[in-house]
Ligand binder design. Structure first.
Ligand SMILES: Cc1ncc(COP(=O)(O)O)c(C=O)c1O
Length: 395
């Protein structure tokens, strides 16, 4: 069969909601992407924290082929399939959770968690406890519910009124205690490391305080690990560094190696209150994507890979700290593992554009914060290569 070539997309055929960089990516290998002219770019974005294994990983490519062998991509949630069950069992075995709901993105996972929190709170505490609290600096997605939990004024303003029943509170335990004491809150959602909001690592002490407060008030604690989970901090789950277990956790980005997949992990007491029909999605946890995700999860749980991220991530942090002492253009650096933010005097967009010209892909996390998200497989020499380009650009 001959397949007719597809005409290249014209720019006005794509809805202009993205400020795209002036480059068309054509292929990838390892930690590098190549444009249509064959120019190489060292990728410190990982498709915004998705491509943890880099590009063209041989094991991943084999897993893709193996996932098609049964001839199934999708069968609907009218039936169960072995790949979805296996993936859920593996996530449960590796975490605090007792069961898992699969969906297709991070925002969807968070909105699912909001519904599960309300179902649990209504069952255990009655009709009054419905409110969701999110934190200053948060990013939980851009759908109607998740946007209301996202503290980015520019993303929110054009779409007011936002979904009701969701409030942003300061990242301060006293302020959170006041919010919880009214008895109307069902859940608090927090990113253990706030990503889009400027790369802020919430301290272990703060997370422990949050756990104590939510437990004392009978409120569900949801950790959004869509960006910071699955190895990015050098632990499989970011909550591990604080020794604090949430009641629910949301995952997405790297879970299926680039195929859309989100997940809500639920502790047993929440799961026990969920009824058939409470939530659903057509594509969630299909056999192909679940099979690929099982492979990715095994790779990202590998203790050698996690130790590599912890060690090289600490080294990266040291290098960035000394870079900030050398350069007046850097105000601060924050981060952990392979997730770092650099506050710059210049606009982050300007730094990102100059780095692109110099062959390094970066993204921003706010107007004056540049974000580094290398693939988790990036070696120290590859990190050093990116740092050298970054230093030239910032100088
Ligand atoms: C912490 C966090 N939560 C949720 C989301 C939304 O995920 P998605 O874009 O898959 O809806 C993101 C995306 O950047 C994120 O970083």
């Amino acid at each position: 069969m001959t397949i007719a070539p597809i005409a290249p997309p014209t720019s006005d055929a794509l809805l202009p909601v993205y400020r795209r960089q002036p480059v068309e990516i054509a292929s990838g290998a390892g930690v590098r992407l190549f444009d249509a002219d064959g120019r190489a770019y060292l990728d410190f974005t990982s498709g915004i924290a998705v491509n943890a294994l880099g590009y063209g990983d041989p094991g991943f490519m084999d897993a893709l082929r193996a996932a098609t062998e049964a001839g199934l991509v999708h069968v609907s949630n009218l039936y169960s399939t072995a790949p979805a069950r296996a993936l859920a069992e593996s996530l449960v075995a590796k975490s605090f959770a007792q069961s898992v709901f699969f969906c297709n993105s991070g925002a969807e996972a968070n909105e699912g968690a909001f519904k599960f929190a309300r179902r649990w709170a209504r069952t255990t505490r009655g009709d009054a406890a419905t409110e969701i609290i999110a934190l200053r600096g948060s990013f939980h997605g851009r759908l109607f519910g998740s946007l209301a939990a996202t503290d980015r004024p520019a993303y929110r303003a054009p779409f007011r009124p936002l979904a009701p029943g969701i409030t942003i509170v300061e990242r301060d335990l006293a302020a959170i205690e006041v919010a919880l004491s009214g008895g109307t809150v069902a859940a608090v959602i927090a990113e253990p490391v706030q990503g889009e909001g400027g790369v802020r690592v919430l301290s272990a002490e703060f997370l422990r305080g949050l756990r104590e407060l939510t437990r004392a008030h009978g409120v569900a604690l949801i950790f959004d690990e869509v960006q910071c989970g699955l190895g990015r901090t050098g632990r499989l789950f970011a909550y591990e560094y604080a020794g604090v277990e949430p009641d629910m956790m949301t995952l997405a980005k790297p879970l299926a190696g680039g195929f859309p997949m989100g997940a809500v992990l639920l502790a047993s007491h929440i799961a026990a209150t969920i009824q058939p029909g409470d939530h659903a999605t057509t594509f969630g946890g299909g056999p192909f994507v679940a099979s690929v995700a099982s492979y990715v999860l095994e790779r990202l749980s590998d203790e050698d890979l996690l130790a590599h991220v912890r060690e090289n991530g600490a080294w990266l942090g040291d290098q960035l700290a000394s870079l900030s002492l050398r350069l007046a253009t850097v105000r601060a650096v924050r981060g952990v593992g392979y997730l770092w933010g650099i506050d710059t005097t210049a606009l982050a967009g300007t730094v990102v554009a100059k780095a692109l010209d110099a062959g390094l892909l970066l993204c921003s996390a706010g107007n004056h914060t540049v974000r580094l998200l290398p693939p988790l497989v990036a070696r120290r020499d590859e990190l050093a290569e990116g740092l050298a380009i970054l230093e030239d650009v910032l100088a």
